[in-house]
Ligand binder design. Structure first.
Ligand SMILES: [Zn+2]
Length: 85
Protein backbone atom coordinates (compact mmCIF):
# COMPACT_ATOMS: atom_id res chain seq x y z
CA UNK A 1 0.00 0.00 0.00
CA UNK A 2 1.55 3.22 -1.15
CA UNK A 3 1.21 6.41 0.77
CA UNK A 4 2.08 9.05 -1.81
CA UNK A 5 1.14 11.93 0.46
CA UNK A 6 3.83 11.07 2.98
CA UNK A 7 7.15 12.45 1.85
CA UNK A 8 10.22 13.40 3.81
CA UNK A 9 10.23 16.81 2.19
CA UNK A 10 6.97 17.67 3.90
CA UNK A 11 8.69 17.67 7.26
CA UNK A 12 11.06 20.40 6.19
CA UNK A 13 9.13 23.61 6.64
CA UNK A 14 10.12 27.09 7.59
CA UNK A 15 12.14 27.29 10.78
CA UNK A 16 10.49 28.80 13.83
CA UNK A 17 10.64 32.56 13.69
CA UNK A 18 13.08 34.26 15.98
CA UNK A 19 13.30 37.83 16.97
CA UNK A 20 16.09 39.93 15.62
CA UNK A 21 18.05 39.73 12.43
CA UNK A 22 18.89 36.32 11.09
CA UNK A 23 22.43 35.35 11.87
CA UNK A 24 24.25 32.12 11.63
CA UNK A 25 25.76 32.42 15.04
CA UNK A 26 26.03 29.36 17.12
CA UNK A 27 27.36 28.47 20.47
CA UNK A 28 30.87 27.14 20.26
CA UNK A 29 33.31 25.77 22.79
CA UNK A 30 36.14 28.21 23.28
CA UNK A 31 39.52 27.35 24.68
CA UNK A 32 41.81 30.27 25.09
CA UNK A 33 44.65 31.29 27.31
CA UNK A 34 42.38 33.01 29.80
CA UNK A 35 38.99 31.57 29.02
CA UNK A 36 37.56 28.15 28.54
CA UNK A 37 33.87 27.73 28.02
CA UNK A 38 31.01 28.56 25.72
CA UNK A 39 31.24 31.43 23.32
CA UNK A 40 29.63 32.76 20.19
CA UNK A 41 30.90 31.79 16.76
CA UNK A 42 30.24 35.28 15.39
CA UNK A 43 31.57 37.57 18.09
CA UNK A 44 33.67 37.59 21.22
CA UNK A 45 30.74 36.92 23.55
CA UNK A 46 31.60 34.39 26.18
CA UNK A 47 29.38 32.79 28.76
CA UNK A 48 30.53 33.54 32.25
CA UNK A 49 28.16 32.02 34.78
CA UNK A 50 27.12 34.35 37.54
CA UNK A 51 27.76 32.43 40.67
CA UNK A 52 27.20 28.78 41.22
CA UNK A 53 24.26 27.15 39.43
CA UNK A 54 21.23 26.49 41.58
CA UNK A 55 20.04 22.99 42.26
CA UNK A 56 20.23 20.16 44.72
CA UNK A 57 21.55 17.59 42.35
CA UNK A 58 24.13 17.59 39.58
CA UNK A 59 21.32 17.27 37.04
CA UNK A 60 19.47 20.29 38.44
CA UNK A 61 22.65 22.33 38.48
CA UNK A 62 23.37 21.27 34.93
CA UNK A 63 19.86 22.29 33.88
CA UNK A 64 20.18 25.65 35.59
CA UNK A 65 23.58 26.21 34.01
CA UNK A 66 22.32 25.36 30.55
CA UNK A 67 19.21 27.52 30.93
CA UNK A 68 21.30 30.49 31.99
CA UNK A 69 23.79 29.85 29.22
CA UNK A 70 21.13 29.47 26.53
CA UNK A 71 19.18 32.56 27.55
CA UNK A 72 22.31 34.70 27.72
CA UNK A 73 23.40 33.43 24.35
CA UNK A 74 19.99 34.18 22.87
CA UNK A 75 19.88 37.67 24.30
CA UNK A 76 23.40 38.86 23.55
CA UNK A 77 23.87 41.17 20.58
CA UNK A 78 26.80 40.25 18.37
CA UNK A 79 27.20 43.84 17.17
CA UNK A 80 28.08 44.92 20.69
CA UNK A 81 31.03 42.61 20.90
CA UNK A 82 34.30 42.54 19.02
CA UNK A 83 34.59 40.07 16.19
CA UNK A 84 36.08 36.80 17.23
CA UNK A 85 39.44 36.19 15.63
ZN1 LIG B 1 27.56 36.74 19.13
Amino acid sequence: MLQPSLRIGDAVGTPPSRKGPATHREMVWVEGEYFRGWGCSECAWEFRPSGFPEGDTIDEMKDAYERQRDSEFESHVCAKYPIRR
